[in-house]
Write a protein that binds this ligand. Sequence first.
Ligand code: ADP
Ligand code: CDP
Length: 205
Amino acid sequence: MIVTIDGVAASGKSSVSSGVAQALGVPYVSSGLLYRAATLLGLEANLDLHDAPQLLTLLGTRPVHLEPLAGGNRVWQAGRELTDELHSTRVDRGVSVVAALPEVRAWVDAQLRALPEPFVAEGRDMGTNVFPHASHKFYLTASARIRAERRARERPEDVPAIEAALQRRDELDTVQSAPAPDALVIDTGPLDLQGVIDTILTRLR
Ligand code: ADP
Ligand code: CDP
């Protein structure tokens, strides 16, 4: 069994996926963390983030491992944990460029498809491209202002700056962010976190 939860930036995908996964007693899988890890490593190596061959060579020589847990995903490169560095502003700024590279998307997709079921998978294209045969599909939305206000509680930046950055990323991510035709679209604006989790669990039951 695979449940997919896709949606725009900061729509609640990882928090909701974690809640749903814990209720179901399965892990959740954060695909965005793999795009973020590729970006962090590219930045650290001073690579041009548009340069797919160089990035793929780097990722091939320094393998990245995603640890999908119900409570929160962790990312490792050999013995080094990358998790805490993946939500920095510089990774936020570069990640959509890296995620637009077909070679990097294939690198992420191969890792996700090798994971043992069952799990909840969250990202942009889990229900469309990576797991089109998932048993249940959801797509989270909310206005850019609401998403920015939520994220401002986690980051040392003001709401207008976060909102502008989210809108820029939404635009750059448009190609891979279409909801699956068979996904239930949930506007999380009027709901609290538990409300979104309960909406999904009700549908699953
Ligand atoms: P994403 O994985 O889509 O980037 P997150 O799960 O990180 O989103 O959520 C962004 C922030 O918004 C987190 O602080 C989270 O707790 C909060 N949040 C998510 N959904 C809701 C909601 N429905 N109501 C209020 N806050 C929410
Ligand atoms: O939720 P938020 O957008 O803040 O972060 P994320 O889910 O970790 O995704 C980070 C970035 O990775 C996105 O902006 C996309 O560029 C990319 N991504 C993607 O292209 N496809 C996915 N399935 C997941 C993430």
